[in-house]
Design a protein. Structure first.
Length: 351
């Protein structure tokens, strides 16, 4: 019999009894297109991340003549005054993203979209990144010494898992590939007040803002059943035999000048605690091959000044420190899930 070294098929039923697959097949890593308007990538354990933001901002014009504030069209916006027609909304129509302004006379100038602020006027404006056009985060791959020696394809016939492909690796000098632990799979984007509102006119001032950030994590080849580590109830996942995933995430957006609070659900640990717990684990988990030489590890397993999330840390020779740019010890969630989970938190700032 001819041997196929690259991969072998895993089946949960006898091959001769396998019906013709009429369902979906997922290659991991890959991406999916939920609306036809944009693709959402997922990493090598099938995790995708999308973020929405709802921010209410109070602004004032201290000048004695009107000013037109240009808005980044990546954000929906609405000015809370009069009939509320000063707005811009993103909609998906026929697989395309359309930006629909409300009152064009009031919301455009020189073909830019935005809004007017009258002399000495204080206005409240909402800026939103919505489910219609979310901020898509590229999640980092989960790393192990086995590399691609994992399930790389799953097949479904309707809601029934029918099989898949496990990729082999040619190396036989190590039998096991380490122990699974929750690796960080995302990197936060730092939001500074001056970069959020780069208004070069001293008469336009931001007085305060407050809002909520929502991060949705989805195991794309699975179905929506999930839990956070330490908060799993018996029977919470139904009878579906989807794939379990274990990983860690931090906040997607860090508001450096503001306050971040009301984390829902409560985070598992801080970034400092995460590094103290898992940096020691990393240094103890380097297997050796038969010749006594340590196999080449992925960057995630090599102590360095950078975690896979891209967050800077100090040399392992000293005590771990949280990311310096955020000025806070970031929260970290350890997630065990089959389907999807949503994490949210509030942000606020005022002069």
């Amino acid at each position: 019999m001819k041997r196929i070294p690259a991969a072998f098929l895993i089946l949960f039923i006898v091959a001769s009894a396998l019906p013709v697959a009429l369902g979906e097949s997922y290659s991991i890593p890959g991406s999916y297109n939920p609306t036809g308007a944009y693709e959402i990538p997922y990493n090598n354990i099938g995790i995708s991340e999308v973020v929405t933001l709802d921010l209410n901002v109070t602004m004032v014009n201290t000048a004695q003549y009107p000013k037109f504030v240009i808005v980044n069209p990546r954000y929906d916006f609405k000015v809370y005054r009069l009939d509320g027609s000063e707005n811009l909304t993103a909609k998906i129509i026929g697989g395309q993203i359309y930006h629909i302004p409300g009152n064009v006379t009031k919301t455009t100038l020189n073909y830019y979209v935005g809004f007017w602020i009258m002399p000495y006027e204080t206005v409240k404006v909402s800026f939103r990144i919505t489910d219609e056009n979310p901020y898509v985060v590229k999640t980092f791959d989960y790393r192990s010494i086995c590399g691609n020696g994992k399930i790389t394809q799953v097949d479904y016939n309707g809601d029934t898992f029918t099989g898949g492909v496990i990729q082999e690796i040619p190396e036989i000098s190590f039998i096991t590939c380490g122990v699974v632990y929750p690796q960080l799979i995302n990197s936060p984007k730092v939001m500074y007040l001056r970069s959020m509102f780069p208004i070069m006119d001293d008469s336009i001032k931001v007085i305060k803002y407050d809002g909520v950030v929502r991060m949705k994590l989805t195991n794309v080849p699975g179905k929506p059943r999930a839990c956070l580590s330490g908060d799993c109830e018996e029977g919470a996942f139904g009878k579906k035999a989807d794939f379990w995933t274990l990983f860690a995430v931090t906040v997607p957006l860090v508001f450096s000048d503001g306050r971040m609070y009301a984390y829902t659900p409560k985070y598992t640990m801080t970034f400092r605690e995460y590094m103290e717990k898992y940096m020691g684990f990393l240094k103890r988990s380097k297997p050796r091959n038969a010749s006594g030489n340590t196999p080449k590890l992925s960057p995630m397993f090599v102590p360095s000044d950078k975690l896979i999330s891209g967050v800077k840390i100090i040399s392992p020779s000293g005590p771990p420190k949280p990311p310096q740019s955020s000025k806070i010890d970031l929260p970290v969630w350890v997630v065990l899930m089959k389907g999807e989970v949503e994490i949210s938190y509030r942000v606020s700032w005022s002069r």
